[in-house]
Design a protein around this ligand. Structure first.
Ligand code: OOG
Ligand code: MG
Length: 255
């Protein structure tokens, strides 16, 4: 078995067993191409079970997230059907190793998007936008990783919760948002934190996925990236994001 396959299995097994593993590349020496090859191979393991590919997530598209995790490159990961958590429903804590949550904006596409799509073309391909929460969960011990580590680990993708789908023909470039846990405000921010405007995250998603030979497809969801630092979550909590004009998305952390 190649080293790429071996690491992919290691990370996939860690995700299934909900147990942390040591970093595969603590010094950050692995090339990004190899790291994305590990990611692709680990997703292939999920697809070989009964999961379906449903979209893309972007990472480190805000300064807040870059500063929190000490990484300053935009990365992307692959979303599968098993990662979607029902809005308003309990999400079992036992599914995760050491989960965190962050407020995001989600897109759903009505058209395929080429890698060279402009912001205007990207917007024209958007069916709807929604307030969303991402549950990230690194498979690495202590939630610590180098850039190639986190790329290989599918950008810490673990779960996502989508709020109501809204008309994208409105200005969503600077919408206020509040992340609360058990009714207490934990983070306050704006969609403008996402690359200045979340549409830029969709343009980057189109470019990066097409370069990987998997151009964005109609029906896919694209998570634009956390607008604020992420917060740890614990069993019993109620987590919600409230976004100006778009409404809210929430879930309970089950046992
Ligand atoms: C990596 C994933 C980053 C985001 O929205 O910036 C990310 C991590 O922080 O573990 O999902
Ligand atoms: Mg995220």
């Amino acid at each position: 078995m190649s080293k790429i396959q071996e690491w992919a299995r290691l990370l996939d097994t860690a995700a299934q067993a909900r147990s942390a593993v040591p970093q595969i590349d603590p010094q950050g020496r692995l090339s990004l191409d190899d790291a994305y090859a590990v990611q692709a191979a680990s997703i292939a393991c999920r697809l070989a079970r009964d999961e379906r590919r449903v979209g893309v997530k972007m990472g480190f598209t805000s300064r807040a997230k870059m500063v929190q995790m000490g990484i300053s490159d935009v990365i992307w990961g692959r979303l599968t059907s098993a990662m979607q958590c029902e809005e308003g429903a309990p999400v079992p804590f036992a599914r995760f190793v050491h989960p965190r949550v962050e407020p995001e904006l989600a897109f759903v596409l009505k058209k395929d998007l080429a890698g060279d799509a402009t912001a205007v073309e990207a917007l024209a391909a958007v069916e709807a936008i929604a307030p969303a929460l991402e549950i990230i969960d690194s498979r690495y011990r202590d939630f610590k990783f180098s850039l190639p580590d986190v790329v290989a680990d599918n950008a810490s993708s673990s779960g996502f919760v989508l709020g109501p789908w809204c008309d994208p023909r409105q200005d969503f470039g600077n919408l206020g948002l509040v992340l609360s846990i058990d009714g207490q405000v934990r983070q306050v921010g704006s969609t403008a934190a996402i690359l200045g405007h979340p549409i830029r995250s969709l343009v980057a998603a189109a470019r990066l996925s097409a370069a990987a030979g998997e151009p964005l497809r109609a029906g896919w969801v694209v998570m634009a990236g956390g607008a604020t630092p992420a917060e740890w979550i614990r069993p019993g909590q109620h987590v919600a994001v409230e976004m100006e004009r778009l409404g809210s998305a929430a879930f309970h952390v089950g046992g």
